[in-house]
Design a protein around this ligand. Structure first.
Ligand code: CA
Length: 224
């Protein structure tokens, strides 16, 4: 079980870290919003404790960005005082629970445990480009009504390309987001794009995945 704490007040961050570690959790701490967003994107966590007022990027934006990217990790938002954050607004950004400072560590830990038990509540959105669709919750890809079998790697690659449909995606982005392996050779990407094309494009006479010379690829937002 791994928890990310994004909190710029060192005393609170330290108390939370110690409390969670005492319960057997592995804990990472960031003291800036932008660092927290990066960390939560790079690593997989069972829950995130996110302060609202943070340097770099506020907790609202961090939360919204994570959800927009399909990240469904349970998020506990910390707010400075009553009225600092309208509760409904906080929940609208995709936070699962919130606590007002000063809070009791015991209460926070109990509510965090409940959040972790419940797990991700929102299903990630189905991605659509024309008649091409990808359902991350069901791990299913379709062209129209036809289901296309993809390997886990092909699925992740297509998911990332569809998430950024219409935009050029560099090979560097794919290495970071799909393979998470800095030593990966570019040619591996080319091979996997080839596999995908043979499954989602060629049988249907489409060209959804364009090659952008010198950059990488772009998934046509219309599905090709
Ligand atoms: Ca703060």
């Amino acid at each position: 079980m791994r928890i990310l704490i994004v909190e710029d007040e060192q005393l609170i961050a330290r108390a939370l870290k110690e409390g969670l570690e005492a319960e057997g959790y592995a804990v990472d701490v960031c003291d800036r919003g932008d660092d927290g967003l990066w960390q939560a994107t790079e690593q997989s966590y069972d829950a995130i404790v996110l302060d609202l007022m943070l340097p770099g990027m506020n907790g609202f934006v961090v939360c919204r960005e994570l959800r927009a990217n399909g990240n469904t990790t349970p998020i506990m938002m910390l707010t400075a005082k009553d009225g600092d954050l309208d509760q409904a607004e906080g929940l609208d950004t995709g936070a699962d629970d919130y606590m007002t400072k000063p809070f009791s560590l015991v209460v926070l830990l109990a509510r965090l445990r409940a959040l972790i038990r419940r797990g991700p509540t929102e299903r990630p959105a189905v991605l659509v480009a024309g008649d091409l669709s990808l359902d991350p919750a069901e791990r299913e890809c379709r062209r129209g009504d036809e289901v296309i079998e993809l390997t886990p790697r092909e699925f992740s690659l297509l998911r990332y390309l569809m998430h950024r449909a219409g935009e050029p995606v560099s090979k560097r982005d794919l290495i970071e987001h799909v393979w998470a392996d800095d030593d990966l050779d570019d040619s591996v990407i080319q091979v996997y794009v080839g596999y995908l094309r043979r499954k989602i494009d060629e049988p249907y006479g489409r060209e959804a995945i364009e090659t952008i010379r010198g950059i990488g690829y772009r998934l046509n937002a219309t599905g090709g």
